[in-house]
Design a protein around this ligand. Structure first.
Ligand SMILES: *[C@@H]1O[C@H](CO)[C@@H](O)[C@H](O)[C@H]1NC(C)=O
Ligand SMILES: *[C@@H]1O[C@H](CO)[C@@H](O)[C@H](O)[C@H]1NC(C)=O
Length: 236
């Protein structure tokens, strides 16, 4: 028994090793993926519109195969030097939803899974979902506890997408979400040049400034691989 267990382990190790030397076929051998980064904050109308209505183009056709998508939910937030609390441009709900999205990226690590969630939250925000939760009767009853309306926004998205919410609550209440946000703050602070507004979109770390809506063109131009995705056919 012991030796067959040992053999099994050896086979498992070799399989793992083979996986390491033959990376997944979506990583084309002839070209590195293009790094597309989005620095944003959850309640900024421009960020919400970009995520809900434009960034989705990254998932059309086969474009996502050449993109290494880096989603950074911090934006213009700051830290209160005295209390250590986060201060967000659009208030406490924004800090909360930034942190929930940071948790989603970690807990639902599959890209399409957390992207669909973030897109749903931002779509709901841009359609006035947060405001309408705030005036709803349910909110009036529970309004003594904080973030009630903001939690309705993300919970309704998790329900619609059939995503298990427990990991997100755990991440948020354990302080893991705060830790992730501090990492996103560091990443945002280290931008060269610094971001000027949100959404701030970079391609291979170069900012697109106010041309960010054309990110597909920039991604296609930055791609060095031979087999360009179909989505790049219309761009030169
Ligand atoms: C915290 O301190 C840093 C420098 O020490 C300063 O740049 C920043 O504006 C301060 N943030 C707040 C919210 O006071
Ligand atoms: C978005 O917001 C509305 C309130 O305006 C709400 O009824 C809806 O359930 C929300 N969530 C989703 C996933 O659509």
């Amino acid at each position: 028994m012991a030796s067959s267990g040992g053999l099994f382990h050896l086979i498992a190790l070799v399989t793992l090793f083979l996986c390491l030397i033959f990376p997944s076929p979506s990583l084309s051998a002839d070209g590195e993926k293009v790094k597309l980064s989005l620095y944003y904050e959850s309640l900024c109308p421009g960020s919400a519109d970009f995520i809900a209505n434009h960034l989705v183009k990254a998932f059309e056709n086969d474009l996502i195969n050449i993109i290494d998508l880096n989603i950074v939910p911090w934006g213009n937030a700051q830290i209160d030097n005295r209390t250590g609390a986060f201060i967000c441009q659009h208030g406490e709900d924004e800090c909360y939803l930034n942190t929930i999205q940071a948790c989603a990226i970690e807990v639902w690590s599959d890209l399409e899974r957390h992207f669909n969630f973030i897109r749903c939250v931002e779509g709901n925000v841009s359609e006035g979902g947060l405001q309408s939760w705030k005036v709803s009767a349910a909110y009036q009853e529970e309004s003594s506890s904080s973030n009630v309306a903001a939690s309705k926004v993300w919970e309704s998205c998790a329900e619609e997408l059939k995503l298990e919410e427990a990991g997100i609550y755990m991440c948020y209440t354990s302080g893991r979400g705060r830790e992730l946000e501090l990492q996103y703050k560091t990443e945002t602070d280290q931008l060269i040049p610094s971001h000027q507004y949100t959404p701030w979109v970079t391609v291979n770390d170069k900012p697109l400034y106010d041309e960010f809506l054309n990110f597909v063109d920039f991604v296609c131009k930055a791609y060095r691989g031979l087999d360009k995705p179909i989505a790049c056919n219309s761009t030169s």
